[in-house]
Design a protein around this ligand. Structure first.
Ligand SMILES: [Zn+2]
Ligand SMILES: [Zn+2]
Ligand SMILES: [Zn+2]
Ligand SMILES: [Zn+2]
Ligand SMILES: [Zn+2]
Ligand SMILES: [Zn+2]
Ligand SMILES: [Zn+2]
Ligand SMILES: [Zn+2]
Length: 1844
């Protein structure tokens, strides 16, 4: 009742009233009233969309003051010392590695910019998952990095909060929150019960309420405390959450809540009971099948339960489940004790709505809350996993989860706290395990039928979509804390649990080699598999390893190693592996092996543990080596194309396995593990295993023919190479065997740089992360940068001709090539085979350049190795075993005899092995080796195991078994004997008999083959020989034993190979060894000959016997070079080879020529700045003086004149351009604004000034006259460009037709007439017809004339009176009209219509002559704004201006100037004062207002063609008079009245002098007098300009000013003359430009004018009285009506000088631009664009691709390009730092003008390092813009469909 009353009252006053009631000592009535009010206001049965309740709450909380005011007050009590700003995805934040303690540390832009990070390793980044600012949190970052605000600890100075301020909040908010919770409860429906999930709908309705909560959290510490207290108070929760039994609604939705809770556990109560009953009925097979989670997802839970007791599933499963049950609470359903818990619960259920997440995160600066929240989060962890797996939007949800968890787990104290109190580690591992269990399948590795091993199924969504990553990344995150990691490593049951988790990935994604058919469908599961191993297995491993670096942690390592071995043992048992590998299978995933390997490595390297104590017995070692070895063999098989039928994906796996992000977690541990095995196992066994795995055993016979049961012929050579290369890698790689971390980093860097020059970022990416983290603080380790500068030189970004841009590159230093280039490391690290070649090419280029090796191709250099760590010494025995030596001997022999399938690579690797053996001697330890010697047949080959002594051992006879002939085949088919016999051979340990059976089997097979080629003597020695007992399955029995006579030693074979390679007999003289000693260094680099010499020298210096034997062999005279057997065929192949080679060379030469021709065309076309370089293509006019000009057609290749019938045309590109219009007065570029204060004013551009001038004229004068007094085309004028190539127009038409039919995608649109020049491929869109030219005319044009000027003036007048001559209709004239149409279509209508009657002939006339003007002006701009640099006449021919003028003139003939208004008369005659002003008509534009260059062009174009040069000169002269007078008038306007008076007076005196008409003083005085006749002219602006120019005018400054005024006219005239008559432009110093040009135009005597520098007046040439004519012109101005006269000064003082066009001036640091523009709102749509862009021409800010600013179907960027640049736009994409160019309907990515400290672009700001303006690149961009060459230089254009 009370409430009803209150409800009716005004909210504000109610609030005030209640507040005062509550403040009383007895506040019971107030409390009651408030409760009643809230009961009725906060009724959850009302729809949440009704915001009345929300309004009430706001008012109640705020009290009498408004809510806004209340917020302010509360904020003033903010005592927070942390920033804690929470952001969501896409927010721009910073990370400083120098300041960060946790790698996850991040800062908001404000805190970053207010902190001091100079010189720190920081970067900007775009948040992926969202985050929060860590400023002020010393757990996460160093205090030095805090910003000013958070360093000051503001909290200490803040007054405490007055009690009553938040009283209402404390009372209202609990009710408000429970209300929200009730909505959430009510809105939730189990997804499977209702068809439609309307969670989103519920959330949408709740949006205002949640937003309100979020707002509250932003009010600072005071309000946060209130909120966190409410959220964590258990009593409040208990009272409000369920204490409303009487309310039906509340009861219903409480039940809803309970049912939702029930499903929250991993195992629900019902299921537990159920499965207990169901268990016995399940058989063992179904149990296993039940694991196929995918098949039966709904029952997966019950299956899991069953596993618990099931006998069926492998041991490990039992292990895992028994240990996970130790803490049932992890799997139980949840119970909530406070609001926070339930809120988080619903947040998860509703799949992490963004607002809720930020609400919960915003309170984290409150430390107590943070702890409670973390605990709550951990408590819900299993539930989160469950929800995540069910979610449809797992990506979004993953991001939101990590957004939260990163905040909680990055803090070590907190992580440790929850680990201790809430069993965080148990929870995480269990949850991960459960997650993976949902997608297990039976492993098919080894034994498809009986395998008991289970692996993850990589095609499941969980793996394919990487759904597990948030959980894995949390796990990695907490393991990064030492204290937490220790807990993990100390807990054995956790470790076991983790190992069983890892074993789920062991052997996943099994590949089976396809032998018959190509796979139908290439599975892409390998991505998932590699990602899973890296993220779920390797990353946690690296995390754990960082804590096992010191002696003190030995125990941890021992434990891990023990569990690894145990789990491996279980795995071998489960897959049923005994000794033989199932054929044609390979998996790249052996995480258990790799865990074992890496912990071993760390134990030896860092913890000083004895390797022996960590190794298993020999049997286990032999098993362990099998799978990694199989991967190495498979790599070779894959590269030998034996897996082609499996598709491309198998190559993908091979490449990923060695790729930089994977190699240190995959191939490196594998190689290391094999090295460990090799160092401990019998070397003969190991070597023979390798050759067997590589399937090349059959190949290793000395017979010339052999059979291979395993390989096709073409696979033998690559597989043999692979096996040998692998052995070289195995015995020389030291990454885990003794290299220090710095050495590893150096070797990695060198190998990457040797493959290719690298940018800093790509190098960073290519260097494996471990053991040297590339970033972050690793005390004591050499930094990446230091190392880089030690091994590489920086090559600054340079430009290649043609505009392609390079980035800054690092290239190896010379001494690196000389001393450190390691081909073995390169081979290990190459993903693409071509990289090895590339490294070798670069190496040989270096040797050539430095003169170290100049002939032929060098061999990979031999490199000495870091000494082995003592633990691994055994590895060297590999190089000193008889088996290897037999192989080496056999191969040397076969190479010498040119047997098939031998290659240089094989020899190279064999030599490498020999040299490695020589350099790595084994201390003779007879005890080990001796016992076996007698037992093995191959011992008859060599007496001992030492390579040095075996080298000179001579083998005399060898028995080989060859196929065909001879029937005597002994078949002794005894069954394989019991293994005991062999076992005793090794004899140490009878218990291991089993193992030795494995050895015996493998070895027997190998021996069997080796023995086919055993020496004769061996037959006798061979004891109960095992060789013949074992017959390989496919071996045909008809092999025949033969005895070969050999009589060679390895040394003699080496010497023979030396002769063979050098193609000289006796290449080594008997005494060469002595010569050798003198200079040992010359052997470091060279070819095979050098390598052999080096080996022989080493052998000789290390053994006297070898030395003697070498000398002996060399002393012998050999029969003329070795075997000549197959020389005829060799010769034949050689010939063939040679011929092919020659043909290839010829072809390449041709191609190169063509390329250079094309290139020079390109250069010519682009070369606008230096016209003096002679064109490669000359149209030939200058040579063919006497006859017609001939043109080559680039399509049909014919050459001929252009005729009326069959015209030829120039390939041209027409484009609209506003470059001229964007010029400014100032030569300095405008600055791009980067603050709100800065602005760009467009009014002072050339285009705008001309628009204003024309508009001003049009407001006073006759329109048609105005349109002849100016030029347009400053904005949107048409620029015509040619590559200089010509073609028949009919040929062009058929060419276009063929393009149209061409189906191939082109970068241009044929329908718009676009094509590329058939010769030079330059972009073009029209053809400009060539004038049929006769060179006789050229001569007559040049005829010097002695006619008097007055005669010429008359002639010109007559010519102008001639009627328009209409050419006869011909193909040529048609084409000319067509190109005119093209020109008009090139630009937009608005750039053509300036008249009052759009489309009128006057307009057309103006547009046409302005096209000529535009092209002349642009040429001037390209020449640098003046004509001082000169230019030969040849340059004119590359320009198409001459042809363009002709076409325009033909078109202009259609118009004639009404003789009554012909300006010529007014220019040359003193007319009787004409009654100019008819009443109704506006006057003509006075001559003094007219633009002289425009008039010149008009005259030239409208007179009959060809125009004689004398007439042209006459035009120039007469117009110069006018121009000069205009200059005088403009000058006089700049004078102060006094000065004007003075000059007027002084000049009058000279009027009567001789030559007064050529005296500037007299003329100036006359102009002043004439213009002063009407007061208004000078009166208008008496104040301003005169006041400004305080300086006094001198004769010199007057002359200078006059010259400057006339120069633009002279330049244009001169340029026109150059194009029309082919005159050379003579260069001159800039200060003499005026006289130079005047001389060139014949205005001035070309002879130098020594005494008088005042020549501007002497160029005048009057045909009538100058004073009269000037009076007439001035009277036109003074005769105007007053209003018009007022503006006349503006029109008189026109400024004709424009600076060269510039793009905006950009700041040096990109951050300046980015910070201002990335959050700036668009002026059009008022929103912050998603993709903001900036016009670099005018600074306009636009929404790229934004629908918000789209108009008429055109997005803003394209729209702007049309208006700002007449369809050319240059935009800087703010968020990408990249520039895009829009040209018409196409666009391209140009690149970036901002580079980082390493000279690299950072597209999309991915690295976020500071970027700086590359001035040179920006200059190139500007130059391409000014020269209109975007189309030609940039290649990758695409259509934009108006969507940018
Ligand atoms: Zn901050
Ligand atoms: Zn801060
Ligand atoms: Zn810093
Ligand atoms: Zn042709
Ligand atoms: Zn061309
Ligand atoms: Zn613009
Ligand atoms: Zn916009
Ligand atoms: Zn917009």
């Amino acid at each position: 009742m009370m409430a009803a009353l209150l409800l009716r009252r005004d909210k504000k006053s109610t609030a005030a009233h209640l507040k005062s009631d509550l403040n009383r000592t007895d506040n019971s009535s107030g409390v009651r009233q408030l409760q009643e009010l809230l009961d009725s206001v906060l009724n959850p049965e009302k729809p949440p969309a009704d915001t009345e309740a929300l309004d009430w709450c706001k008012c109640l909380i705020a009290g009498e003051e408004g809510f806004e005011e209340f917020c302010k007050t509360v904020r003033s009590y903010d005592n927070a010392t942390l920033c804690g700003l929470v952001w969501t995805a896409n927010f721009v934040a910073y990370r400083c590695r120098t300041c960060g303690i946790s790698p996850c540390m991040s800062l908001c832009a404000e805190c970053f910019n207010n902190g001091d990070h100079t010189g720190h390793d920081f970067n900007m980044f775009r948040s992926q998952a969202g985050g929060a600012c860590d400023c002020g949190d010393s757990n996460v970052m160093r205090e030095t990095g805090f910003c000013r605000r958070h360093r000051l600890r503001t909290g200490e100075n803040v007054p405490s909060v007055p009690r009553d301020l938040l009283l209402m909040s404390e009372m209202v908010l609990p009710r408000f929150i429970i209300c929200i919770i009730q909505y959430l409860r009510d809105g939730y429906t189990e997804p499977d019960t209702s068809a439609e999930r309307d969670l989103q709908k519920v959330l949408q309705q709740l949006e205002p309420q949640i937003t309100f909560l979020e707002e509250l959290t932003k009010m600072g510490g005071a309000m946060r405390t209130v909120l966190t207290k409410i959220l964590t108070n258990q009593q409040t929760f208990k009272d409000l959450s369920m204490g409303q039994e009487e309310n039906v609604f509340a009861k219903k939705n409480y039940e809803n809540y309970l049912s939702a809770l029930k499903n929250s556990g991993l195992v629900s109560v019902e299921e537990k009971a159920q499965t207990g009953a169901a268990e016995p009925t399940r058989g063992s097979e179904t149990g296993a099948l039940g694991l196929l989670g995918a098949a039966a997802p709904s029952s997966s839970e019950s299956n899991k339960e069953e596993d618990q007791d099931g006998q069926s599933i492998g041991q490990r499963k039992r292990v895992k489940l028994s240990s996970s049950t130790k803490d049932p609470s992890i799997m139980d359903s949840l119970k909530h004790k406070c609001f926070l818990e339930e809120l988080l619960f619903w947040t998860i259920k509703y799949e992490f709505p963004q607002k809720m997440v930020t609400f919960l995160l915003n309170m984290l600066p409150d430390q107590d809350y943070k702890i409670t929240f973390t605990k709550t989060f951990v408590q819900h962890y299993a539930f989160i996993m469950k929800t995540l797996m069910k979610s449809q939007e797992s990506d979004t949800m993953s991001n939101r989860i990590v957004h939260i968890s990163v905040q909680l787990f990055s803090n070590e104290d907190l992580a440790r706290h929850v680990t201790e109190e809430c069993q965080l580690l148990d929870i995480m591992v269990t949850v991960l395990l459960y997650m993976m269990e949902s997608c297990l399948i039976k492993s098919e590795l080894q034994d498809e039928e009986n395998s008991r091993h289970v692996v993850v199924n990589c095609s499941e969504a969980l793996l394919k979509n990487n759904t597990y990553w948030p959980l894995v990344s949390d796990f990695i995150n907490i393991l990064s804390h030492q204290s937490v990691a220790k807990k993990f490593l100390e807990d054995h049951s956790l470790l076991m649990l983790w190992m069983s988790f890892v074993s789920f990935f062991q052997g996943m994604n099994l590949n089976k080699r396809e032998l018959s058919e190509h796979v139908e469908f290439e599975s892409q599961t390998y991505y998932a598999a590699f990602a899973a191993e890296l993220e779920a297995c390797a990353q946690p491993m690296w995390g754990l390893l960082t804590h096992c670096k010191v002696k003190e942690t030995q125990e941890y390592t021992k434990t891990v190693v023990r569990y690894c071995l145990e789990t491996l043992q279980i795995w071998f048992d489960a897959i049923g592996f005994v000794d033989e590998l199932a054929p044609n299978q390979v998996t790249f995933h052996l995480p258990l092996h790799r865990y074992y390997a890496m912990f071993l490595s760390k134990a030896v390297k860092c913890q000083g543990l004895d390797l022996e104590s960590l190794l298993p017995d020999q049997e286990m070692l032999m098993r362990i080596m099998v799978h990694p070895l199989q991967i190495q063999a498979s790599l070779s098989e894959i590269h030998s194309n034996m897996w082609v039928r499996n598709g491309l994906q198998i190559k993908g796996q091979a490449m990923t396995y060695v790729q930089s992000h994977f190699c240190n977690s995959m191939i490196d541990p594998d190689i290391f593990l094999l090295q460990v095995c090799a160092s401990r196992l019998d070397p003969d066994y190991f070597i023979s295993s390798v050759f067997e795995r590589f399937k090349v055993v059959d190949l290793l016979t000395m017979a010339s023919v052999h059979q291979n049961t395993a390989l096709d012929g073409e696979q033998e050579r690559p597989m043999l190479e692979g096996a040998l290369t692998f052995l070289v890698i195995l015995s020389s790689l030291r990454i885990h065997l003794g290299m220090a971390d710095d050495e590893i980093l150096r070797a990695e860097m060198v190998s990457q740089l040797c493959m290719n020059d690298r940018t800093h970022s790509s190098l960073l990416d290519l260097i494996p992360e471990n053991p040297n983290p590339k970033s972050g603080i690793v005390p004591g380790s050499c930094s990446f940068e230091e190392m880089l500068s030690a091994v590489a030189d920086f090559k600054a970004p340079v430009f290649e001709l043609g505009g392609s841009m390079q980035q800054g590159m690092y290239t190896p230093k010379a001494e690196v090539w000389e001393k450190e280039f390691d081909p073995i490391m390169v081979i290990l690290r190459t993903v693409y085979r071509r990289d090895v070649q590339s490294a070798m090419d670069r190496y040989s280029a270096f040797l050539k350049q430095s003169g170290m090796h100049t002939t032929g191709n060098p061999w990979p250099p031999y490199k000495e190795r870091t000494p082995l760590h003592p633990c691994y010494k055994g590895l060297d025995r590999l190089l000193h075993c008889k088996t290897l030596h037999i192989v080496i001997f056999t191969l040397l022999y076969k190479i010498w005899l040119d047997h098939s399938n031998m290659s240089e690579h094989v020899l190279c690797m064999v030599l490498y092995l020999i040299e490695l053996g020589l350099d790595n001697q084994v201390e003779e330890d007879k005890g080990d080796e001796e016992p076996c010697i007698e037992e093995h047949c191959h011992d008859s080959w060599f007496p001992g195991t030492n390579l040095l002594s075996n080298l000179h051992h001579v083998i005399n006879y060898v028995r080989v078994r060859v196929p065909e002939t001879a029937p005597e085949v002994k078949r002794e088919r005894e069954p394989p004997a019991s293994t005991s016999a062999e076992a005793s051979n090794f004899g140490q340990n009878v218990r291991e008999a089993q193992v030795f059976s494995l050895v015996a089997e493998r070895r027997r097979k190998f021996q069997e083959i080796i023995n086919r080629s055993s020496t004769e003597a061996s037959q006798a020695v061979r004891p109960k020989s095992s060789s013949t007992r074992w017959v390989p399955p496919g071996t045909p029995p008809q092999l025949v034993t033969e005895i070969l006579e050999i009589h060679e030693s390895m040394l003699s074979l080496l010497i023979k190979l030396h002769q063979k390679l050098s193609a000289k007999q006796n290449s080594l003289s008997a005494t060469w060894l002595e010569d050798m000693d003198a200079n040992p260094n010359r052997h470091a680099h060279g070819d095979g000959i050098t390598a052999i010499e080096r080996i022989l020298t080493k052998a000789a210096t290390r053994s006297h016997q070898s030395k003697r034997s070498i000398q002996e062999i060399c002393g012998k005279v050999f029969p003329p070079v070795a075997p000549k057997k197959n020389s005829p065929t060799a010769k034949k192949t050689m010939d063939k080879e040679e011929r092919r080679q020659r043909a290839r060379e010829r072809q390449q030469k041709l191609l190169a020529e063509f390329a250079s021709r094309q290139k020079s065309f390109m250069e010519t076309a682009m070369d606008v700045e230096s016209p003096d370089t002679e064109a490669a293509m000359d149209l030939g006019a200058s040579e063919v003086k006497e006859s017609e000009v001939l043109y080559d057609c680039v399509i049909c290749g014919q050459s001929g004149p252009s005729t009326e019938d069959r015209p030829t045309g120039l390939v041209v590109l027409l484009q609209a351009s506003s470059v001229l219009g964007h010029r400014c007065k100032s030569d300095e570029a405008k600055k791009l604004p980067t603050t709100d204060e800065e602005r760009i004013y467009p009014a002072d551009t050339c285009g705008a000034a001309h628009d204003v001038r024309l508009a001003l004229m049009q407001s006073f004068f006759k329109d048609s006259s105005c349109l002849q007094s100016v030029s347009i085309g400053w904005d949107g004028g048409v620029y015509v460009q040619t590559c200089g190539h010509t073609l028949h127009i009919d040929c062009h038409k058929s060419y276009m037709e063929s393009l149209r039919n061409d189906q191939v995608m082109q970068g241009f649109s044929v329908d718009k007439g676009e094509f590329t020049c058939p010769l030079c491929r330059q972009f073009a869109n029209s053809v400009l017809p060539c004038r049929p030219g006769r060179s006789t005319e050229v001569v007559s044009w040049h005829m010097p004339s002695n006619k008097k000027t007055s005669v010429l003036v008359k002639e010109v007048e007559d010519l102008q009176e001639q009627l328009g001559f209409f050419p006869t209709e011909s193909n040529l004239s048609k084409e000319m009209e067509l190109v005119i149409k093209d020109i008009k279509n090139t630009t937009q209508r608005k750039y053509m219509d300036y008249g009052k009657n759009p489309g009128s002939p006057d307009n057309d006339f103006l547009f046409m002559y302005s096209v000529a003007r535009t092209n002349l002006e642009l040429e001037l701009v390209h020449r640098g704004g003046n004509l001082c640099s000169g230019g030969a006449s040849g340059a004119a021919k590359r320009s198409c201006l001459n042809q363009l003028f002709h076409v325009l003139a033909m078109h202009m003939r259609l118009y004639s100037i009404d003789s009554a208004y012909n300006p010529w008369t007014r220019l040359t005659q003193v007319a009787p004062s004409r009654d100019n002003c008819l009443d109704d008509e506006r006057p003509d534009v006075p001559m003094l207002f007219r633009d002289c260059p425009s008039l010149l062009i008009i005259f030239v174009l409208t007179m009959p063609q060809p125009l004689r040069k004398e007439h042209f000169i006459c035009l120039v002269r007469m117009l110069y008079n006018l121009q000069y007078t205009q200059a005088l008038a403009a000058l006089s306007a700049k004078f102060s009245p006094e000065e004007r008076q003075a000059w007027s007076t002084s000049g009058t005196l000279k009027k009567n002098a001789f030559n007064a008409e050529k005296s500037y003083e007299a003329l100036l005085s006359h102009v002043i007098t004439e213009l002063s006749k009407v007061k208004t002219v000078y009166d208008v602006n008496t104040d301003e300009p005169s006041m400004l120019s305080s300086s006094v005018w001198s004769p010199q400054s007057i002359e200078y000013s006059l010259q400057q005024f006339c120069l633009p006219y002279l330049r244009l005239s001169c340029l026109l003359q150059h194009h029309l008559y082919g005159d050379n432009l003579s260069g001159c110093p800039e200060e003499e430009e005026f006289s130079g040009l005047a001389g060139c135009l014949g205005l001035l005597d070309p002879a130098p004018q020594p005494s008088n520098p005042m020549y501007s007046a002497s160029c005048l040439d009057w045909t009538v009285s100058a004073f009269d004519l000037m009076s007439q012109w001035c009277s036109e101005v003074t005769g105007l009506a007053d209003t018009q006269a007022e503006k006349s000064m503006t029109l008189l003082v026109q400024d004709l000088q424009w600076a060269s066009p510039h793009l905006l001036h950009l700041p040096d640091n990109y951050n300046t631009i980015f910070q201002y523009y990335h959050k700036k709102a668009c002026t059009a749509c008022k929103k912050v664009p998603k993709d903001p862009a900036l016009c670099l021409v005018c600074g306009t800010f636009v929404c790229l691709k934004g629908l918000c600013c789209k108009q008429h179907g055109i997005c803003e960027c394209v729209w702007h390009s049309q208006h700002c640049g007449a369809a050319t736009g240059i935009f800087l994409l703010i968020n990408a730092s990249v520039i895009i160019i829009i040209r018409g309907h196409r666009f391209c990515l140009w690149g970036s003008v901002y580079l980082d400290a390493h000279g690299e672009e950072d597209r999309d700001l991915r690295r976020g390092k500071p970027l700086f303006l590359c001035v040179e690149r920006y200059r190139v961009l500007e130059q391409q813009w000014v020269s209109h060459t975007f189309d030609h230089i940039n290649k990758r254009w695409g259509p934009h469909y108006n969507g940018l």
